[in-house]
Design a protein around this ligand. Structure first.
Ligand code: PEP
Length: 252
């Protein structure tokens, strides 16, 4: 067993009104109140972020955004900055989710700045990487993952590496119901850790929490968490239901 504290994070994507988010939090807080030794994070859309953070005060639930811009302010219509997230007491931010890369053209280079800016601001960055079905079929998973890790984390020095969380999310497993086998998840996460070790040394790499994401459910979280290098999960669809997400959080 590693001494890395596990993280179970729920990415709500573009779901839940403010009323739905508040009702979820009232129920979820009670369901996980007795959980210790696991960092619990919910990632609501911007419209609910401040309110969810207020509702989470005094609980064991952290709150993260799903994206942010790297500039502190400016003429960037539709964007939100790190100081704005700090202003509402957000704890972290998901960066480089595959849906952001695919639909909003986010590049590793822009993400490298976002990761650095998040760290500078004191936000926990959850940096996502993962290959498509075609890339896995073509045998280029390793090349893709190494590139995303090397380029996307290029502005992080080894002293701050432990403050970064990486989420390995195979794109073919996101929202498809097709979970990576624990072996595939372990092997690819071990590749992520190996890449970090090449870049930053094995001691620093050994401190990084690396999550698995892709159709995680109450039924499969246990076998995924049993793998040596898997330090938690980034959960999409199954995090939208408070009792179901609480079961994932209580995987032990
Ligand atoms: C995600 O959006 O990060 C995700 C893993 O989604 P799902 O759990 O629905 O596959």
């Amino acid at each position: 067993m590693s001494d890395r504290t596990p993280i179970i994070a729920g990415n709500w994507k573009m779901y839940k009104t403010t009323a739905e988010a508040a009702a979820y939090m009232e129920e979820f807080k009670g369901l996980v109140a007795d959980v210790t030794g696991v960092e619990i994070i919910v990632c609501p859309p911007y419209t609910s972020l401040g309110n969810v953070k207020e509702l989470a005060q005094g609980s064991n639930i952290l709150v993260a955004a799903q994206n942010m811009h790297f500039e502190p302010e400016g003429a960037f219509t539709g964007e939100v900055s790190a100081p704005m997230l700090i202003d509402i007491d957000a704890d972290g931010v998901i960066l480089g989710h595959s849906e952001r890369r695919q639909y909003f053209n986010e590049t590793d280079l822009a993400l490298a700045k976002k990761v650095r800016v998040a760290l500078d601001a004191g936000l926990l960055p959850i940096y996502c990487c993962g290959e498509t079905d075609a890339e896995r079929e073509a045998g280029s998973t390793e090349e893709k993952i190494r590139r995303q890790i090397i380029d996307g984390l290029s502005e992080v020095g080894s002293a701050r590496l432990a403050s970064v969380v990486v989420a390995y999310e195979p794109i073919w497993a996101i929202g498809t119901g097709k979970t990576a086998t624990p072996q595939i998840a372990q092997d690819t996460i071990s590749l992520v850790r190996g890449t970090l070790a090449d870049q930053y040394g094995s001691e620093a790499a050994g401190q990084v929490r690396i999550l698995y994401g892709g159709s995680v459910k109450p039924e499969n979280i246990g076998e995924l968490m049993a793998e040596e290098d898997i330090d938690g999960a980034l959960v999409g669809g199954a995090s939208l239901d408070a009792p179901g997400f609480a079961r994932i959080v209580k995987y032990r």
